[in-house]
Design a protein around this ligand. Structure first.
Ligand code: ADP
Ligand code: MG
Length: 285
């Protein structure tokens, strides 16, 4: 390993019987980085993070998390990692503050439960039982529980699925505050805006493979060589062409228009946005 990385994954494979959920995934996450695995349902995101968390055994490849192999479930690793699973698993009758105090006792240097309650925006819910919380509030409790051991590495699997916009903003602020504290975060999401808003680097996952990786601002232009040319024809209709060779296309379009004595109204040449790249890369063939 050439760098001091929090996570290093090489050629990871995972098969569930005949289902190849992960088919050769490689990536690295630097310490202090927020890294996003972005992709549609079934892409293999949860399988990948659960292998890194030590909850699933891999079929092939090498994995290092804070220098450990998570498959051996070393205690020294578990104490330094915080986990928000895709499915919440909290005991329904426990109250918010009680749960945090309970789990805090298991860690050598826990965070203060009341600070965590404020951090995730659950003030006023300290004594509420888990079963009375809304889906979004439960998810915030999951997040607080993941942070109770003051982990240096946090796994967040679809942390805001089912959140209303206000709760999502709160969760985003929490992730940003983790980043500001120098924590490493690996998050999965199927929300493009979430990856864009939070991640230093994003890997777009599809069919068990990473199809593109980079900083969000670079993916839109860098991940696609394609360019979109649009204009309004003589009938006033909007026309769109997608091309790898805009020079030639524009030459042909403009030459034809001049020959016909027409103009190409509203002629525009655009790079695809990250959203367009994402949709293109994750579309079913
Ligand atoms: N325990 C399991 N047994 C069998 N197949 C599974 C299991 N967990 C996930 N899969 C399959 O593996 C693929 C990837 O799933 P998952 O990792 O949950 O994707 P994502 O989190 O990106 O939605 C899917 O086809 C899913 O049906
Ligand atoms: Mg998942």
């Amino acid at each position: 390993m050439t760098r001091d990385r929090a996570i290093e994954v090489r050629d990871l494979h995972k098969a569930y019987g005949p289902v190849e959920a992960v088919r050769g995934i490689s990536f690295g996450v630097d310490r202090g980085e927020v890294y996003g695995l972005l992709g549609p349902n079934g892409a293999g995101k949860t399988t990948t993070v659960e292998i890194l968390e030590g909850y699933r055994e891999r079929t092939g490849g090498t994995v290092s998390v804070l220098g450990f192999d998570p498959e051996e479930r070393p205690r020294a690793l578990r104490e330094r990692v915080g986990i928000v699973l895709q499915q919440t698993g909290i005991y329904r009758h426990i109250a918010v503050r009680e749960a945090l105090v309970h789990f805090a006792a298991m860690y050598p240097r826990p965070r203060d439960p009341d600070e965590l309650i404020a951090l995730v925006g659950l003030e006023g819910k300290e004594d509420a039982r888990a079963k009375t919380l809304s889906g979004g509030q439960l998810r915030r409790l999951d997040l607080a529980l993941a942070l109770v051991g003051d982990p240096e590495l946090v796994f967040l699997d679809e942390p805001t699925t089912g959140f209303d916009p206000a709760a999502r903003r709160t969760a985003w602020e929490t992730v940003r505050s983790l980043r500001a504290l120098g924590k490493t975060v690996l998050l999965t999401t199927h929300y493009l805006e979430e990856a864009q808003a939070l991640a230093d680097r994003v890997a777009i996952v599809k069919g068990g493979r990473i199809v593109v990786e980079g900083a969000p601002r670079d993916l839109g232009v860098g991940a696609s060589t394609r360019v979109r040319v649009t204009y309004r024809n003589a009938l006033g209709e909007q026309v769109e062409h997608i091309t790898d060779d805009p020079t030639r296309l524009l030459h042909e379009l403009t030459a034809e228009a001049i020959e016909r004595g027409e103009a190409l109204d509203d002629l525009a040449v655009n790079r695809p946005t990250l959203e367009e790249v994402y949709l293109e890369l994750t579309a079913d063939a």
